[in-house]
Design a protein around this ligand. Structure first.
Ligand code: SF4
Length: 100
């Protein structure tokens, strides 16, 4: 079998796996997920329970958190606290740290 044919077959075989990985990477964190609940994650920072998190400020959100890995102006992006998922730029969790 020629090396070109092997290359093409490998490429074709890898497309579904790549598509699946991309789809997983774009799954948003579910605020009802146990790990999200443990961190008090909310997809909308204005909906955070002020009694449970009295130091939370509505100006704090994932987009201005130093852990946020989304592109500037993006609606969602990766956060290392939630591997293989994305958080809403407008979201918040108790691990929020001001972006320097
Ligand atoms: Fe959002 Fe930061 Fe919490 Fe990650 S650590 S979910 S970016 S507030």
């Amino acid at each position: 079998m020629s090396s070109r044919r092997v290359f093409v077959m490998t490429l074709v075989a890898g497309v579904p796996a790549l598509a699946a990985r991309t789809a997983r990477a774009q799954t948003r964190v579910d605020p009802k997920d146990p790990s999200a609940m443990a961190l008090g994650y909310a997809a909308d920072t204005t909906k955070v329970d002020a009694r449970r998190y009295p130091r939370h400020d509505k100006a704090q959100n994932c987009a201005n958190c130093q852990l946020y890995r989304g592109a500037g102006g993006s609606a969602e992006g990766p956060c290392p606290l939630f591997p293989e998922k994305v958080v809403a730029a407008a979201g918040w969790c108790a691990s929020w740290q001001k972006k320097p």
